[in-house]
Design a protein around this ligand. Structure first.
Ligand code: K1U
Ligand code: ZN
Length: 189
């Protein structure tokens, strides 16, 4: 539903602007939800993707899954452009990995839901993917490098998986304890 559909007299100053949204932080249990398929791309989904891009750029980050702002739908935004390059935002609706390479690659990963914590994670080096864009068109391709790493990290979020799940039990329990303690101190748990 657009504002114009509600009342055709409403014009630009009344249009809802993109909004910066709060990012859920470990150990928020919503981060463990399995997100639901988006299905048809609606104005609500377009507005949500704009909020996600604004939130990702402000963080700053190179990716964001909708559940990280509390919306359990299979929607991801990414932009792996470097600081000195023009922005290249991508919105991925119902993204899927359709093939993974046998070769692995280790990359240092971060997560906007686990601030200031970085660890090396091994994942398939190359992946093939499929998603729909905001025009409802199916996009397929093959990714490698940071694009492949980030895409796998984001699709994991849609399934309630976080990169700390790939770490040793000791490292995972250390980081969990640290964030549980902080949440208790800040009154968010
Ligand atoms: O999903 C997220 O939490 C976002 C995450 C994506 C990601 C980063 C690195 C490897 C895999 C997935 C981030 O964007 S963390 C922040 C970050 O990596 C970064 C921030 C500013 C400039 C460059 C990178
Ligand atoms: Zn993350």
């Amino acid at each position: 539903m657009t504002w114009a559909a509600i009342d055709p007299h409403l014009s630009a100053p009344y249009l809802p602007a993109m909004a910066l949204r709060d990012i859920l932080i470990l150990p928020d249990p919503r981060l463990r939800l399995v997100s639901k398929p988006v299905g048809d791309v609606t104005d609500g989904i377009r507005a949500l993707s704009e909020d996600m891009l604004e939130t990702m750029y402000a963080a700053p980050g190179i990716g964001l899954a909708a559940i990280q702002i509390g919306e359990p739908v299979r929607l991801v935004v990414m932009d792996i452009a470097k600081k000195d390059e023009e922005r290249r935002p991508i919105v991925l609706v119902d993204p899927e990995i359709t093939w993974v390479s046998e070769e692995k690659r280790v990359h240092e990963e971060g997560c906007l839901s686990i601030p200031e914590y970085y660890e090396e994670v091994e994942r398939p080096d190359r992946v093939r993917y499929r998603y729909r864009n905001l025009a409802g068109e199916t996009v397929e391709g093959e990714a490698e490098g940071i694009f492949a790493t980030c895409l796998q990290h984001e699709i994991d979020h849609l399934n309630g998986t976080m990169f700390i799940d790939y770490l040793s039990r000791l490292k995972r329990s250390r980081v969990l304890k640290k964030f549980e303690k902080a949440a208790k101190r800040d009154g968010s748990a």
